[in-house]
Design a protein around this ligand. Structure first.
Ligand SMILES: Nc1nc2c(ncn2[C@@H]2O[C@H](COP(=O)(O)OP(=O)(O)OP(=O)(O)O)[C@@H](O)[C@H]2O)c(=O)[nH]1
Length: 223
């Protein structure tokens, strides 16, 4: 099952039409190396491969304050092109924004940064949905990943926001199945305030992303 870029774009386009002039902000989070960049690239389309960097680049933006609004991309780029900007708040965590029309994917690196967690909420208001990426082959960090996710979900501003969990790297031998991860996350017992779905994916091959995004678009539209 390969990734269909055109289907992904049609999902995004229906979301754009539905939301009209309103911004749709989707947070994509996970521990480092979970596969967020790969998933974002696949979701937002091949154009991003040219411009997506995990570190600041020349058109990037360096924030001096922790709660500045995240930046939008250079005005010279077409509004119909996905664009990527970087925000590097001085407090030490990375938030990168991928913008496709009026849909903004904010990509976060989490992990080992509990001292700066109070600042995360600066970015939570008006979040339409959350995508959480887990490295299914990294058994040793599943507990950390679970803790970070549950901490995030307890935030008032994220209440009710649909949650899509990608159990990524399903192609790796020994990777935990989505059902096993779902059980360990314990969402079935504890999460009653939002629609959620836990799905397998392989970001490098684009597998599972299309179905996941379709689910998320529907969940956002039904909110
Ligand atoms: N086998 C396999 N490798 C993957 C998959 N997704 C990502 N990777 C690899 O995992 C590594 C990390 O992927 P990234 O997409 O950079 O992960 P990230 O979450 O953005 O990582 P940070 O930049 O550290 O936050 C890269 O070497 C990817 O090629 C997958 O589905 N399967």
């Amino acid at each position: 099952m390969g990734l269909s870029i055109s289907t992904l774009f049609s999902s995004l386009t229906s979301l754009v039409r539905w939301s009209k002039d309103q911004d749709v902000r989707i947070l994509m989070l996970g521990l480092d190396s979970a596969g967020k960049a790969g998933a974002t690239l696949s979701v937002a389309g091949r154009l991003l491969i040219i411009s997506f960097h995990r570190r600041p680049f020349s058109t990037g933006y360096k924030s001096e304050k922790s709660c500045l609004p995240y930046p939008v991309g250079p005005a010279s780029l077409s509004q119909y092109s996905p664009i990527v900007t970087n925000a590097f708040p001085a407090i030490g965590f990375n938030v990168e924004t991928v913008q496709y029309k009026n849909i903004k994917f904010q990509v976060w690196d989490l992990g080992g940064q509990s001292s700066i967690r109070p600042y995360w909420r600066c970015y939570f208001p008006n979040t339409s949905a959350i995508i959480y990426v887990i490295d299914s082959s990294d058994h040793s960090r599943l507990t950390t990943s679970r803790t970070e996710l549950l901490t995030m979900l307890s935030e008032e501003e994220l209440k009710g926001a649909p949650l899509l969990v990608f159990c990524n790297k399903q192609d790796v031998e020994g990777a935990l199945k989505p059902e096993e991860i779902s059980e360990q996350l314990g969402l079935a017992g504890g999460e009653k305030t939002r629609p959620w779905s836990v799905r397998g994916s392989c970001a490098t091959k684009g597998e599972g992303l299309e179905e996941g995004l379709d689910w998320l678009v529907n969940a956002i539209q039904q909110k």
